[in-house]
Design a protein around this ligand. Structure first.
Ligand code: PLP
Ligand code: COI
Length: 355
């Protein structure tokens, strides 16, 4: 358990209009920071007013990208409770990301303590308009001031919070995705399964290309053969083909999403036929041609459930389910958000109340 020293802000900020929050544009009054050094371990845990970090220009994060982050939300329940959703999953994934990036990792209980301390301090920043929540962004950076290429011996973990609406401008509505066959995101043996900033920086080129063509996001293919469907920029993907719901396996190149895992569990609870298997883009496109591609949707913390209404591959456009929200997407959205916002029973004990 960390000893978190608390210094509250003397000048609370004005809260944004809840009807137009968008994603990740506003930040709450406080942040939590914790330092690490090899000799002291995690120490100097503090809740402080939100503000700039002071770092040495030689800090290793700026040069070699030793950085990683997490994404989770605090949900306002109608009865006044504040709920986290499977926070231990984010903490465990951060440990796996840290291991891949040779960084010091915060123990699960310390991670959750930092998250809860921030949520409690900024409880009045949790928006209450339908579909809104307080997005939480824990991240860790390497702080050694050294230019040699090796792992840092000091780190800073930071937790910030952002009152947030929907990730896509149109909310829960079908999006368009572009199948990327030029650039790749993650290779075998690479960092695809880790939530490190470099994975996202390297994806911007393709993301911009897709956006210029009128698409919301990129659907990545595997980097070896550019044959198998992997995931989308900020979410895992599921496809319903001829009654089978297919998602890419956790082979190391995609992010093991908490939402993905939760959707798989719910789908199995409902007796759906679910497969974690390789899906080739050829199989996907021929299913689109034959009418067997019944639904496609992405899933993620920020994106929640995001129906896909159109995919474009090699210049050919395919409309899915008449560009309408599919039955499975709707059912998953209703059940997942129902559990997250405390409206529905939580049979798997996924939510944790912040008291
Ligand atoms: N894949 C990528 C690349 C992501 O950035 C995210 C978002 O965090 C996901 C998948 C979904 O993960 P989760 O459901 O844990 O938010
Ligand atoms: C999330 O869903 O929490 C993410 O981190 C996705 C993204 C905004 C990078």
């Amino acid at each position: 358990m960390l000893d978190i020293k608390k210094t509250l802000t003397q000048s609370p900020k004005q809260k944004p209009d809840q009807s137009n929050l968008g994603f990740g544009k506003y930040f709450s009054d406080h942040m939590v920071t914790v330092d690490y050094s090899d000799d002291k371990g995690w120490h100097n845990a503090q809740l402080v007013p939100y503000g700039p970090l002071c770092l040495d220009p030689a800090a290793m994060v700026f040069h070699y990208g030793q950085e990683l982050f997490e994404g989770m939300k605090a949900y306002p329940a109608a009865d006044g409770r504040v709920l986290l959703f499977r926070p231990e999953k984010n903490a465990e994934r951060m440990i796996r990301s840290c291991e891949r990036m040779c960084m010091a990792s915060l123990p699960v209980e310390d991670f959750i303590q930092c998250v809860e301390t921030l949520v409690k301090a900024d409880r009045d920043w949790i928006p209450t308009a339908p579909g809104t929540s307080l997005y939480l962004r824990p991240f860790v950076i390497a702080t050694d001031a050294m230019l040699g290429v090796h792992a840092s011996h000091t780190y800073k973990a930071v937790f910030i919070a952002s009152p947030t609406g929907s990730y896509y401008p149109n909310g829960f509505a079908p999006i368009r995705i572009f199948v990327e066959d030029e650039y790749t995101r993650a290779s075998r043996g690479g960092t695809g399964y880790a939530k490190c900033g470099g994975n996202y920086g390297g994806s911007l080129k393709a993301q911009e290309k897709a956006q210029e063509l009128g698409y919301n996001q990129v659907l990545w293919l595997d980097s070896v053969e550019q044959k198998y469907v992997e995931e989308v920029g900020a979410m895992n993907m599921m496809f319903k083909i001829d009654g089978e719901i297919i998602t890419a396996p956790l082979d190391g190149t995609i992010l093991p999403g908490v939402t993905r895992d939760s959707c798989l569990q719910l789908l199995r609870d409902w007796g759906c036929k679910v497969s974690e298997r390789k899906l080739s883009v050829d199989e996907l496109i021929s299913a689109a041609h034959s009418g067997k591609l019944e639904e496609a949707f992405g899933c993620g913390t920020a994106a929640v459930i995001s129906p896909v209404g159109e995919i474009c591959y090699k210049g050919e456009k395919h409309i899915i389910n008449n560009f309408e929200i599919g039955e499975i997407s709707q059912k998953l959205y209703d059940n997942l958000t129902g559990i997250q916002w405390g409206r529905l029973p939580d049979p798997h004990g996924w939510t944790r109340e912040v008291k």
